[in-house]
Design a protein around this ligand. Structure first.
Ligand SMILES: NC(=O)c1ccc[n+]([C@@H]2O[C@H](COP(=O)([O-])OP(=O)(O)OC[C@H]3O[C@@H](n4cnc5c(N)ncnc54)[C@H](OP(=O)(O)O)[C@@H]3O)[C@@H](O)[C@H]2O)c1
Length: 398
């Protein structure tokens, strides 16, 4: 297993000092770097200066070059990025209250302000520089990662991430194919494995329903569950039937049909539901699960961030806890496990996905590719909905 080999990347925070040893690709030697040697160096990036609609996206050639602040960090030269619904939501200000609390002051350009803010979570690229405690990566390695939302994003020439968040890219994929996977793969991993308790050796024959199969999350979840031997039913628009069957779905159901609930009710009951749709699905979908058999419902659509935005962090967390707790108890009384899941950055989990991709069990589903200078068009494409896989931004032409 790749992840257990030598991920020697301890936290190693150096207080407020930004001086730290780093292994630099161009020189290929260990040496000390300091902010002063970098302070006039800039890079191209897409930023927002305040929250709002797509017109907030601004291209700059003068974004301050990022710095490795901690010995467990790596700097990645970005080759490709993919967009996720969270990029649209963050552009609009979603999660700003909670994320601001998690942001590292060393990465804030102006005191206390997250702006100018770089969006983009997914990256496929090449290691340029490593912190002194990093032994798992070296300059020149091809890697992929999903950078958490409280850090500077990937829509730039370079991004700094913790080595724990990074993994070696699957050899079978180009950068543009690889960039389509990390955020959705890690969200699905968090939902199915960390939250739902599914894994390679307990999935065989399990009946799983994926509500919303045709987007980034759904297309990855179908493939992972099929690779692990589950029986997968999914809902999607009728024009995605053949697309999702081709990815391995055993049964597809048109969510726009009048009788979708009846169609699902007529099927054998399920062991597990992954809900990527949310809203009113909770009113009926839990009835499709086998009661008193350990069946689990995991939703990715939670009110957590909306509550913290609306009520502040403390009250938002309390409100979310009450809502979650009451739902857990309500469904437990009917013999069903009810859970919420969130994206969780993880290099080791990406290592496992790398293996599955290189074994040919999971493929990248790229719907459309945009050049770096057309990032706003890529946002508009995603915002238009009806995703059939992922929207990718390719920097190779830069
Ligand atoms: N909790 C977390 O940390 C987390 C992380 C990632 C994503 N998410 C959430 O998970 C959801 C899916 O994300 P994604 O990246 O897959 O989004 P996406 O790529 O935009 O895909 C959404 C897909 O759902 C389909 N769809 C829309 N309404 C549907 C319905 N009622 N039933 C079935 N399918 C429907 C859409 O196609 P059509 O409209 O053509 O049917 C589209 O293919 C989003 O709500 C996102 O916010 C949560």
């Amino acid at each position: 297993m790749l992840q257990s080999v030598s991920r020697k990347v301890g936290p190693g925070r150096l207080g407020n000092s930004v001086r730290i040893g780093a292994n630099i690709f161009e020189n290929d030697i260990w040496r000390k770097i300091s902010t002063s040697s970098r302070k006039h160096t800039v890079m191209p990036a897409w930023v927002i200066d305040r929250y709002g609609n797509n017109s907030m996206l601004r291209f700059t050639k003068d974004y301050l070059f990022p710095i490795i602040h901690y010995p467990n960090e790596v700097m990645i030269k970005v080759h490709a990025v993919s967009l996720n619904p969270i990029d649209i939501s963050m552009r609009n200000g979603y999660g700003a209250t909670a994320l601001k609390m998690k942001r590292d002051p060393l990465n804030m350009k102006a005191a206390g302000s997250e702006f100018p803010l770089i969006l983009g979570r997914d990256v496929s690229g090449v290691i340029m520089e490593t912190g002194l405690n990093v032994s798992h990566f070296k300059p020149g390695d091809e890697v992929w990662a999903a950078v958490p939302p409280w850090k500077a994003g990937t829509l730039a020439e370079f991004v700094v991430a913790s080595a724990n968040e990074v993994a070696h890219k699957p050899k079978a994929l180009s950068h543009r194919q690889a960039a389509a996977l990390p955020y959705v793969a890690l969200t699905v991993w968090s939902a199915l494995v960390n939250t739902g308790g599914l894994k390679k050796d307990n999935c065989r024959g399990k009946r799983v329903l994926i509500l919303g199969g045709s987007g980034g999350i759904g297309t990855f979840a179908i493939q992972l569950l099929k690779a692990w031997g589950a029986h997968v039913t999914t809902t999607c628009a009728e024009n995605s039937f053949s697309f999702l069957k081709d990815l391995g779905a055993d049964h597809v159901i048109d969510y726009k049909a009048q009788n979708v609930e009846k169609q699902l009710n007529d099927l054998e009951m399920f062991d597990f539901i992954l809900d990527n749709v949310g809203g009113h699905t909770e009113d009926w979908a839990l009835n499709l699960l086998k009661p008193w058999s350990g069946a689990t419902y995991v939703t990715l659509v939670t009110p957590f961030m909306l509550n913290t935005d609306r009520l502040g962090v403390a009250d938002g967390v309390v409100r979310s806890g009450i809502t979650f707790g009451s739902k857990v108890l309500k469904h437990l009384s009917k013999g069903i496990h009810y859970r919420w899941a969130l994206f969780a950055p993880s290099g080791p989990s990406l290592d496992e996905v790398t293996e599955l991709v290189d074994e040919g069990k999971i493929r990248s589903v790229v719907e459309k590719v945009f050049p770096f200078l057309e990032v706003p068009k890529a946002f508009l494409k995603l915002e238009g909905g009806h995703a059939r896989g992922k929207t990718v931004i390719d920097r190779s032409g830069e």
